[in-house]
Design a protein around this ligand. Structure first.
Ligand SMILES: Cc1cc2nc3c(=O)[nH]c(=O)nc-3n(C[C@H](O)[C@H](O)[C@H](O)COP(=O)(O)OP(=O)(O)OC[C@H]3O[C@@H](n4cnc5c(N)ncnc54)[C@H](O)[C@@H]3O)c2cc1C
Length: 299
């Protein structure tokens, strides 16, 4: 099919053969055939129905902080939500569009003296990605604060899911199963003391900066926490810190992170991940599962 999405949707910002390495936190990844940056929910709906009608593959990304896009890029259309950034405070609730930075939502809550979101002060994803992944840190999880999310289903139906219906689990929500696109989420918070909220956020961000290699590109913790173990400790004990393929390296600061130290490719990342999994399995009999998602086509 001879698609020209720019002609089809002149009002939407659409780029052709756009390098995804410009958007991913790892700075890796090939080109998207098409990349759209919609600014309204209506534009998202238009693009999704076009893809359905024309059987054009569709991928939705937020801040691209929890994935590795392969070096061959992504077929069809990639929608990046980061222009959908509206955040509204209503009483004890904060409503945010999917592309709003989770960090900005935590700041809006703090500014309104609402407590409950401090744990997310340093999670660099979008609201949509946080709901999709049930992002969490320092004992907090997205599932403890989200009361509802608006989701565009593949059928074109827009449905509001309450907290139960979102079926959150460890780094999981129902959106991973129903192929939905999160359009917005509502966070139910409690009135709190603004200074205490602010201090807590600062404290957690200081702890994060001391432990995590935030000065280098990465995709956060690569592996899920295996039952009864810590992935980082297993990787550290296996002597894998500093292990490097091309430009991708097991961080010497935090063994759970793989950092891009020198123009690493997605293939470098994949090779490091495999080596870490194989070594930990061989030494400790533990199969590390990836938290990070690997998407796209091989080169
Ligand atoms: C330095 C660093 C620190 C991190 N610390 C943490 C942490 O403490 N805790 C934690 O949980 N995570 C952490 N992460 C990982 C990441 O920030 C979170 O998983 C975040 O929730 C991902 O959001 P995103 O918008 O970047 O998602 P993306 O990486 O863009 O996408 C991740 C997945 O979500 C899907 N997705 C994104 N948006 C939508 C949407 N609107 N609708 C449907 N699906 C969607 C994508 O298709 C993809 O499958 C860290 C990452 C980095 C780089």
């Amino acid at each position: 099919m001879n698609t020209n999405l720019r002609q089809e949707f002149p009002a939407i910002k659409i780029l052709k053969d756009e390098p995804l390495s410009k958007y991913t936190f790892t700075h890796t990844g090939g080109n998207a055939d098409w990349l759209a940056l919609p600014t309204t929910v209506d534009q998202v709906q238009q693009l999704v129905s076009y893809c359905t009608a024309h059987q054009l593959p569709l991928t939705v990304l937020g801040n691209a902080s929890n994935l590795i896009v392969k070096d061959g890029g992504i077929d069809g259309l990639v929608i990046i939500t980061t222009e959908l950034t509206k955040i509204t405070v209503r009483g004890n609730q904060v409503e945010a569009q999917a592309g709003a930075a989770y960090i900005d939502v935590t700041k809006a809550a703090r500014d309104a003296a609402l407590t409950g979101l401090e744990f997310a002060a340093g999670i660099p994803g979008s609201v949509g990605g946080a709901v999709f992944m049930n992002a969490g840190a320092y004992g907090g999880e997205t599932r403890f604060v989200v009361s509802a999310a608006t989701v565009l289903l593949p059928t074109g139906e827009v449905r509001t899911f309450n907290n139960d219906q979102l079926a959150f689990g460890y780094r999981h929500s129902v959106v991973q199963d129903n192929q939905g696109i999160v359009l917005a989420a509502t966070f139910a918070l409690q009135p709190g003391d603004q200074e205490k909220i602010s201090n807590k956020m600062n404290e957690l961000n200081t702890r994060r900066a001391a432990r995590q290699p935030l000065e280098l590109p990465s995709c956060g913790s690569v592996f899920k926490r295996p039952t009864g173990y810590y992935a980082g400790k297993l990787i550290h004990d296996a002597g894998l810190q500093g292990y490097t393929v091309g430009g991708a390296q097991v961080s010497t600061k935090h063994a759970g992170f793989i950092v891009n130290v020198n123009h690493g490719t997605a293939a470098d990342y994949q090779a490091v991940i495999k080596h870490v999994q194989d070594t930990v399995k061989e030494k400790y009999g533990v199969q590390l599962q990836r938290e990070v998602r690997i998407i796209g086509r091989d080169k």
